[in-house]
Design a protein around this ligand. Sequence first.
Ligand code: FAD
Ligand code: FES
Length: 221
Amino acid sequence: MFNFKVKEVLRAKRLNKNTYHLYVRWDEKPPVGTFFMVWLPGFEAIPLSVSGWYRGAVRFTIQVRGPTTKALFWATKVGLMGPLGREAPPPLGKPTLVAGGIGIAPLLYMYEEWGGTLLYGGRSAKDLIPVEGAIISTDDGSKGKKGTVLDLLEEVGAKRDIYACGPPAMLKALGQMSREKDLRGYGSTETMVKCGMGICGACAISKRLLCKEPWIPLREI
Ligand SMILES: Cc1cc2nc3c(=O)[nH]c(=O)nc-3n(C[C@H](O)[C@H](O)[C@H](O)COP(=O)(O)OP(=O)(O)OC[C@H]3O[C@@H](n4cnc5c(N)ncnc54)[C@H](O)[C@@H]3O)c2cc1C
Ligand code: FES
């Protein structure tokens, strides 16, 4: 059932204490907004968003949480199944990208492909990764504006072509804000992904299977 391709890890680059980029050989450009199931023998296969693609290498941006995300930093080969999900619907104009925490991963790819404005929020300066051109917020005010990334969104006043990725609480608040303020766009968040192929039902969220439809219209979240 699972069709993993064994691929060479080309480079791992540490970005902060808990986060790194992992570059894995992959020849075809993956669609923006998709993800792969990444399998390291001896560990569970885990879902990771495509955060970039460079001349034959797919990039993942990984936050260390548990055994698999820790071990992948040292991997020399991994099994990749994908790209999975669906391409994010492209923007009509310049998008506003709203990233909370490790939700920055798929938005980095959008930012590189589409441009626009990138709003990036974290708890504290030490939790952020360096992203050139991003407008920053931190909960404790240690970098950028003190507050949440949704405060930044209110400040820039974007109404259309909003793409957001972050923790479930952030997406829930943004869904509410979108209904109140008539905001249009798409959001994605984390759920448990097991099969990645629409079979097991583990990833159900907002009446959808996230592994098949990772980008949900904001007002339906
Ligand atoms: C579509 C999708 C894309 C993702 N993209 C990224 C990404 O680009 N970068 C990144 O750092 N993380 C991403 N994640 C989260 C990542 O999959 C988890 O951090 C990872 O599975 C943790 O595995 P672990 O063995 O290190 O930790 P564990 O100790 O196994 O788990 C730590 C926590 O991670 C979450 N988790 C564990 N297994 C899964 C799973 N199968 N599916 C979803 N969440 C899980 C749970 O909240 C759990 O409590 C994504 C998740 C989804 C659903
Ligand atoms: S992860 Fe199995 S249906 Fe989505």
